[in-house]
Design a protein around this ligand. Sequence first.
Ligand SMILES: Nc1ncnc2c1ncn2[C@@H]1O[C@H](COP(=O)(O)OP(=O)(O)O)[C@@H](O)[C@H]1O
Ligand SMILES: [Mg+2]
Length: 293
Amino acid sequence: MHKTTEWLLSFSSEKSLKAPTRSLMTDGFKPCTKISITGGKGGVGKTSIALKTAQQLALAGFRTLLIDCDSNLSNTAIKLGLPLDNKFEKLLSAEAAFEEVLIQNGNFHLLPACNGSIELFESKLNFSEIIIDIISSHEYEYDYILLDCPAGVSREALTLNAFCDHRWIVVTPDKSSITDSYSLVKLLHARFGIKDNHLLVNMYQNDKQLLKVITTLSETIENFLGVRTHFLGGIQKVEVSAEGFDTFFLSEAKTEWQKNFVKLLYRFTEKDGGPTALRSHGVSQMAHEHDVH
Ligand SMILES: Nc1ncnc2c1ncn2[C@@H]1O[C@H](COP(=O)(O)OP(=O)(O)O)[C@@H](O)[C@H]1O
Ligand SMILES: [Mg+2]
């Protein structure tokens, strides 16, 4: 049976969540860590954070693939100032290979999706199955695969979230963002048996506000759903113009804000990291360059 089908079928009963059997797994090879950057609500910073994370992990020496899962409203290439080409359509129709659609910059590889493609809109393709197949075919080529998830709680988005090893739930202090995040966690738990997630609070303005979001959300999730929330960190709201935002967010200048972001990633990779040479090299390089010990 096909790996994806097998994995999807495991949800037909209330059986526990299982990733596809990794037939490629051999001694000495560890598949990459898969992270979905998600949150339910739009405009909370998922795409910006996914890009920044991919950029920083790649700079630290990790082979990183970012997959834009906002299939027909893809924003990753736009934020990088790259031209839109809807080449992804060709990958779906098997007219182009994965490598031909991929945008590569050193260790950072980006698989953009489409923007307003009529062909994609009309197609009956199951997008989450396609993405899971892509991941399954390439997971041994990367240390990290990040998914920039679309807003909403469609079955496809939930499936992609559940497939990943970690879910970074991006939430802002806004009430509707907190509510949408809770709904996402609830559905992931009810339908896919997901018992833990990471929480990343974006656009907070002061420590009191940050603490309030963390406690409100994680306590409600724990008390009502019995689901664990690991606090990943907070990203402060930056006061830059809408036009200047992407340049600021993706800048590598060693500001306090940047240092804080790297610290957040360092804590995560250190906990996540397997004992491979590359992993420890990447983590220590990240710490050294930004003095985050
Ligand atoms: N930390 C932040 N500080 C200030 N504005 C932010 C921050 N994070 C995101 N934004 C604003 O939110 C907008 C939407 O971000 P984006 O990453 O596209 O969100 P999403 O992918 O969740 O829809 C950005 O263009 C920017 O204007
Ligand atoms: Mg987005």
